[in-house]
Design a protein around this ligand. Structure first.
Ligand code: SF4
Length: 318
């Protein structure tokens, strides 16, 4: 059955939710390991409790075309983030934490609403600190008839143990590969050990879902492999299952693009669907850092594309 979560037994899904809520008691949901009891209202780095907190939800037409399709990606902007990027373009959501705490039932209703307006997927933006609440809401949404795939849209500052509990639930992983230098990750995102954490997270995501499969009914490639009865409503060119990696090129090569492409090509797959993003602009506090206070140049972007090609990466999206 497709999407994958429809194959999980109710018992198995409950079991995963129980394990995740247990982790919340001494929170190690993400690599920050704050060890606060979020079930009792204690707050860690992300400042979140155990209920879902949502800043906005709507069909989104600005994501990759394979997620947008004809009717949009059903995006739920989850409030807060476990990174603190000084140039964050969504800082009102991620760092000022403007959003509303809602019930599990309400988040389930949001998913159903997005499905009912034709969205091709439910795209959780910065899901990491809220994984337990998302799964609890998913359980309710399945009862209400949810049947479109889930997208895990993350900075990749994720715990391996928690990701393993998501196996068979998310069909599409959409991780950022932000930095290859830990000192730079620390300086601009307050993310210790980012490179190793990101690498092990993306490896696990790829182990679960593999390279991206896009609907193409002229070829028989994708259809039989996924055994779906829900394919009839999916237009061609829409992501069905797999990994999409995003890399935001930063000015002055601060993202360390070369090592990131080398990792993806050699340790993930040369067939990785890779979005090399040009849209950096100095948002939020970036103006306090002269080296981040400008957009990237045409040459910097072309250098990044050429580097990706040098490592044999061929599914480039930009
Ligand atoms: S999810 Fe939040 S409270 Fe839990 S470890 Fe991460 S930042 Fe800390």
């Amino acid at each position: 059955m497709y999407p994958s979560y429809l194959n999980l037994s109710k018992k198995e899904l409950k079991n995963r939710i129980e394990k995740l809520f247990k982790i919340l008691k001494n929170c190690e949901i993400c690599p920050r390991k704050c060890h606060v009891n979020r079930l009792k209202g204690e707050k860690g780095y992300c400042q979140l409790g155990y209920l879902p907190m949502v800043s906005a939800y709507h069909p989104h037409f600005g994501e990759e075309s394979v997620l947008v399709g004809r009717h949009g990606s059903g995006t739920c902007f989850m409030t807060s983030c476990n990174l603190s990027c000084v140039y964050c373009q969504n800082y009102e959501i991620s760092q000022l934490r403007i959003g509303e705490e809602v019930s599990f039932e309400r988040l389930a209703e949001m998913m159903i609403e997005l499905q009912s307006v034709g969205c091709h997927n439910i795209n959780f933006v910065t899901p990491t600190p809220q994984v337990p609440a998302i799964l609890k809401s998913l359980e309710i949404a399945i009862e209400k008839g949810l049947k479109i795939p889930l997208v895990y849209n993350t900075s990749s500052y994720d715990s391996l143990e928690v990701l393993k509990l998501l196996d068979g639930i998310f069909d599409i992983y959409l991780p950022d590969a932000k930095y290859s230098d830990d000192k730079i990750a620390q300086k601009y995102s307050n993310a210790p050990n980012y490179f190793e954490t990101m690498k092990s997270a993306i490896k696990e995501m790829h182990r679960q879902v593999g390279d991206l499969i896009i609907s193409n009914f002229k070829s028989q490639n994708s259809k039989p492999k996924l055994k779906s009865q829900n394919f009839d409503n999916i237009p061609e060119g829409v992501a069905l299952r797999g990994l999409i990696v995003r890399h935001l090129v930063l000015p002055n090569n601060l993202a360390g693009s070369e090592k990131i492409f080398e990792f993806i090509a050699n340790e993930i797959s040369k067939n990785t669907f890779l979005n090399i993003m040009v849209q950096y602009w100095p948002a939020y506090k970036a103006h306090q850092y002269p080296e981040l206070s400008r957009r990237i140049t045409k040459e910097e972007f072309e250098d990044a594309i050429n580097l990706a090609k040098k490592f044999g990466l061929k599914r480039l999206y930009f």
